[in-house]
Design a protein around this ligand. Structure first.
Ligand code: GLU
Length: 488
């Protein structure tokens, strides 16, 4: 293949691994896989103050957790490295030189104070703030002499004053910007570090990127990038800007309003397959309208023309629904395995596998499990108060204690198997004998046996717990109620 497809993601390691990075990565990887191309991960860490190695590691870990993988990158190597921008500074320096020599860029000596004054006066005059180009025509030789003398300078792109810059977005069509609306962008900062624009374009070119597929928030930068490609005399890659992700209130996705850290999803117990499916749905639809699809299916049938043009609301309830669907699809053993790997200890596999079907239909997240199944593995008698044992309308601890004790005795005397229907019959008989409503009786019994008001079906749970445990917990509850009475 003469021009093999090469795509990339270029995250900046400046915070927790962002769900948006996985979203963009998913589309790039799907496109690469479908076209037999390569998917590259480049770390854009030129913001020295905010970039941290642990954030970079966090990106790798989280993307791998979601199930994504790349063919080239700082951690896996490749032929176009280094893949970390902080290791490519001399490359950017050389390329800035090329632009200076060509007259496509110029050193600018304006101090931050000068720029602030300029901005303020423009704002006062009701104009959009922009650099007025006062250093544009300084002779390069003079400029170099000033720099050699120790004067600080940035390098700016000399954006044409006239005309317009057009690019074709594969998703959104032609996009044109008047050049007069584009600022003379800083491409090298006074500390010698490149800005995003220069480093991004140089790297995309040198790494042979054929298709840039990135978030909609970068559309505004693309004309600047096109101007840079033109200035270098390079062919620009094709551009596709994916739908922006929005908070439910339609503002741009932010951690104050939506969970943005991939770690949150992992800790919540979202299955990576469900998250990937959800991220796919945010920007894409399958031809037959199927909402549940895996990466392989998406990659096999991937079609850029099916990428949504509009922005997408990040609807966490949809993810909740999807996660539930994926959880329900799992076999008992598989789900039990995932529950065990989730981090809470469930020491007895047989009990876990027996209990899993009782909750499989009800959980939305793996993190829901402990609350519902923990009582099978841990005595919770210390977690509830005697008053919790009193059903709403049965306020008398003596009476509740009596009924639980009577049931304890009845169960002790029961010699049959703990079959749910039979245990239920015992419960009903007990409630009737004491002239209690069934609901009240089951509630007191539920709390005594499980320590919780919300549990899987009680008789099935008692079958799994076994008679001895149930008897023992009933005895604890009765004791608790007895010691409670005198303090009234
Ligand atoms: N470093 C940019 C980011 O953090 C890369 C944007 C792009 O893909 O060009 O997303």
């Amino acid at each position: 293949m003469s021009n093999p497809v090469r795509v990339r993601i270029a995250p900046s390691p400046t915070g927790d691994p962002h769900v948006g990075t996985a979203y963009i990565a998913l589309f790039n990887q799907a496109f690469a896989r479908q076209n037999g191309g390569r998917f590259i991960l480049r770390i854009e860490d030129t913001d020295q103050a905010r970039s941290k190695p642990e954030y970079e590691q966090g990106i790798y870990k989280a993307l791998r957790w979601v199930g994504l993988s790349w063919d080239e990158g700082p951690d896996v190597g490749g032929e176009c490295g280094p893949y970390r921008q902080s290791e490519r500074l001399s490359i950017y320096k050389d390329h800035a030189e090329i632009l200076l020599e060509k007259g496509s860029a110029y050193p600018c000596f304006c101090t931050p104070e000068t720029l602030t004054e300029l901005r303020q006066s423009q704002e006062k005059a009701g104009k959009d703030p922009r650099y007025d180009g006062r250093c544009r025509d300084i002779d390069l030789k003079d400029a170099r002499a000033r720099i050699a003398n120790g004067e600080k300078a940035v390098v700016r792109l000399k954006v044409p004053r006239e005309g317009s810059t057009l690019f074709h977005d594969e998703i959104r069509g032609d996009i044109t910007l008047q050049n007069q609306d584009i600022d003379d962008q800083v491409i090298v900062k006074s500390d010698g570090f490149p800005t995003y624009h220069l480093a991004n374009v140089v790297d995309d070119h040198l790494m042979g990127i054929t298709h840039v597929i990135r978030g909609g928030d970068w559309i505004i930068s693309t004309p600047k990038h096109i101007l840079l490609y033109n200035a270098f005399g390079w062919e620009a890659p094709s551009f596709s800007h994916l739908p922006l992700l929005l908070n439910p209130d339609k503002s741009k996705i932010s951690k104050r309003k939506s969970p943005t850290s991939l770690t949150w999803y992992e800790e919540k117990g979202i299955l990576p397959e469900a998250l990937l499916n959800f991220l796919g749905l945010l920007g894409y639809s399958m031809e037959d309208g199927t909402e549940i699809f895996d990466f392989q299916t998406m990659a096999k049938t991937f079609d850029v023309s099916r990428i949504k043009g509009a922005n997408s609301v990040f609807d966490i309830t949809k993810l909740e629904w999807l996660n539930g669907m994926y959880l329900r699809e799992l076999g008992t053993k598989e789900l039990a395995e995932k529950i065990k790997n989730f981090g809470v200890s469930y020491p007895d596999d047989a009990t876990l596998e027996a209990a899993v079907p009782l909750i499989q239909e009800r959980i939305k997240y793996l993190s829901d499990v402990e609350e519902r199944l923990g009582f099978f593995f841990r005595d919770r008698e210390l977690q509830y108060e005697a008053t919790d044992l009193l059903p709403k309308k049965k306020k008398d601890p003596v009476e509740v204690g009596k009924v639980l004790e009577a049931f304890r005795v009845r169960l002790e005397a029961f010699t049959g198997e703990m079959i749910p229907a039979d245990v239920e019959a015992l419960c009903v008989a007990q409630a009737e004998e004491m002239e209690w409503k069934k609901g009240d009786f089951f509630m007191a019994l539920r709390i005594a046996v499980t320590g919780s008001k919300v549990t899987p079906p009680l008789c099935e749970s008692m079958e799994i717990l076994g008679r001895d445990t149930v008897l023992q917990r009933l005895a604890v509850a009765v004791e608790k109620l007895k010691s409670f009475v005198p303090t009234q």
